[in-house]
Design a protein around this ligand. Structure first.
Ligand code: RET
Length: 249
């Protein structure tokens, strides 16, 4: 049973309520970032504004998905191991990817401005990240097994992003003193640990059709909660004594 009464794989009313709950949390987090920013002079607010935008974008994306909008019915490839009969479709929320396209670069900016990487490296990392998101979107909309080709390109781009955060960023952060270094390590470990779970959710849900749409919604929802509001708090708390001028901003 689901909102549209279709038999195909689609979130239920409870799944929809979960999405609305996440939307509310994201909205509250965005307001929290704005409120907190007002304790600082305007020149010192860049991280607050980035985090507010990340959570505001996500609130709108989750409102969209909770409202049962921003999705397409994509045919599920028939496999002997898959009990679903031919002609079945799966609900694919492309709205997620509009959110991720806008918010993952902002999350990376939060992290890479913290370690003061040179701008060409930041630009390169963000473009690799966009390759990852767009190939994930294309892959999820493709009905045939070629989807896994796009997934592989996305994973390759993701590994470049991971390398820059783990290897290059860490070197730069170390030069900025103990406080900034610690903030970078905490937020970097948090990011890498969580971001690795997204392709797993993709493979089990949108890609492989192994878990239900409701389970996928909860999987991504919990990840997004940890990767956006909780990340924002860790980063802004870590920067509470940072003079932004030290980061060349
Ligand atoms: C996809 C599929 C293609 C391969 C890879 C992926 C990774 C996605 C990631 C998404 C992160 C999203 C965040 C959202 C905001 O909170 C696109 C699933 C590697 C890492 C952090």
């Amino acid at each position: 049973e689901n909102r549209t009464g279709r038999a195909d794989n689609h979130i239920t009313v409870r799944g929809s309520s979960f999405l609305f709950a996440i939307a509310a949390v994201m909205g509250a987090a965005a307001l929290g970032c704005i409120g907190w920013s007002r304790t600082k002079p305007r020149q010192q607010r860049i991280f607050f504004y980035l985090c507010a935008l990340i959570n505001f974008f996500a609130a709108i994306a989750y409102f969209t998905m909770g409202s049962n909008l921003g999705w397409a019915a994509i045919p599920v490839e028939f496999r002997r191991s898959n009990p679903r009969v031919g002609g079945a479709t799966r609900q694919i929320f492309y709205a997620r990817y509009i959110d991720w396209f806008l918010t993952t670069p902002l999350l990376l900016l939060d992290l890479l401005l913290t370690c003061r990487l040179p701008w060409p490296t930041i630009l390169y990392t963000i473009c690799m990240n966009e390759i990852m998101i767009v190939t994930g979107l294309v892959g999820t909309l493709v009905a045939t097994r070629y989807k896994w080709g796009f997934f592989a390109f996305g994973c390759a781009a993701f590994l470049v992003v991971v390398y820059i955060i783990v290897a290059e960023g860490r070197q730069y952060a170390k030069a900025l003193g103990a406080d900034i270094h610690r903030t970078y390590i905490i937020c970097g470990v948090w990011t890498i640990g969580l971001w690795f779970l997204y392709p797993i959710a993709w493979g089990l849900g949108e890609g492989g059709n192994v878990i239900s749409s409701d389970s996928e919604a909860v999987f991504y929802g919990v990840l997004d909660f940890l990767a956006k509001p909780v990340f924002s708090f860790l980063l802004l708390w870590g920067h509470r004594h940072t003079d932004i001028a030290r980061l060349g901003l």
